[in-house]
Design a protein around this ligand. Sequence first.
Ligand SMILES: NC(=O)c1ccc[n+]([C@@H]2O[C@H](COP(=O)([O-])OP(=O)(O)OC[C@H]3O[C@@H](n4cnc5c(N)ncnc54)[C@H](OP(=O)(O)O)[C@@H]3O)[C@@H](O)[C@H]2O)c1
Length: 419
Amino acid sequence: MAQPLKLGLFGFGTVGQGLYGVLNETRGLNAEIVRICVKDRQKQRPIAREHFTFEPSELLEDPELDVIVELIDTADEAFAIVQRALANGKAVVTANKKMVAEHLGELVELQQQYGVPLLYEAACAGSIPIVRNLEEYYDNDLLSSLSGVLNGTCNYILTRMYEESVDYAPVLADAQAKGFAESDPTLDVDGLDAKYKLVILTGHAFGTIPAPADVLTLGIRQASAHDFQFAREKGYKLQLEALSRRLPGERLASYVLPRFVRPSDLIHNVSQEFNGVVVEAAFAEQQFFMGKGAGSYPTASAVLSDISALSFSYKYSYKKRAQNAPLALDRDVTLRVYLRYPTGHEPVLEQLGVHNIEVRHSAEGVSYVIGRLQLGTLLSRHEELRHEPFFLALMPEQPELDQGEPAEAAAAEAVAARS
Ligand SMILES: NC(=O)c1ccc[n+]([C@@H]2O[C@H](COP(=O)([O-])OP(=O)(O)OC[C@H]3O[C@@H](n4cnc5c(N)ncnc54)[C@H](OP(=O)(O)O)[C@@H]3O)[C@@H](O)[C@H]2O)c1
């Protein structure tokens, strides 16, 4: 029997403990955790103290270890660990999407320079096997778009707001109490976590790695009962969608935005803390993956799968980077949007360049319009918009498919706006 793969583990929190559990329960994989590096010397541990160290070098410099599994919760420290591990000739598995998204170009080079692989399936959509599928299964198919619900916390909050007609703040507080949301929920609710995953997936789908700062990102912090009332009236659900679509002329549209979703849409049934990914390809056409996007065992299952892949010498080849010319991010894309704002804040429409307004509605101090704006204009203001009392969501294209939208609805809403 081959020697077991010897693992050095950084982090023993939700995912680290999950990995310890799934490794103990799995039969097929010959791998063992030799040592675990953690940070807090005072913390009680669920397994014997002799397994732990607080000194990173004890793992990073140990010639006996084949693989470093990086499962800590900060991006900068994680990057330092991963750099050192690769430089020391160790294969690395990580689940850290922020770290990978912010340094992906550099990480590709480090893998080439030191001839060791870095795998990160768990960093994108938790348990859904999407990175390796993009890399291997769709290696020759022409992908036109990759989209989906990539953040379970937002999806959980939006599902409950939709199904129970409750407001954002109490649902967020409940999600935090149940462990679905962090005490500082910024990364999730402002769409940043979904953006990091989208950046990584875009690299594997299209060969172009967008800079995170160039990806238009608006979250759900400003969503309110008004928006869900609108959704229910129109027969839509509200979801936070991450999308990268290839456009003619070597261009790419990439964004994370709330979107009103029709029942016929593949992501419509992605509820609660689940994630869903839709891939559109020239030959395979539309394909849909759904599964748990977070949680101890679901995330650990993806880490386990990467460790298993290393045991048969797997590495990402970044095939799309070799096959495709780099795509330029397109800022001229026009989006059909719903923009809700407090009545009296109409100047925002001009500031954002909202045009082709189809519907204007105003009642009891709350107004909304449905119109069009340019992705680039929104991108230049998306950071500040997060903290203003406006909520923006994409409307479905092809409005003629929706009953009462827009002709009849526009007439009714125009009356409401005048009254
Ligand atoms: N939780 C999920 O469902 C999920 C899903 C997908 C991806 N991820 C990613 O997986 C990673 C781990 O997340 P988590 O939820 O397991 O985090 P967590 O529960 O907060 O645990 C973090 C662990 O990292 C350790 N740590 C922090 N800084 C360290 C350092 N400099 N050196 C050594 N250990 C250090 C902590 O040590 P102490 O125990 O000493 O405090 C703790 O054990 C993150 O990158 C996260 O984004 C998580």
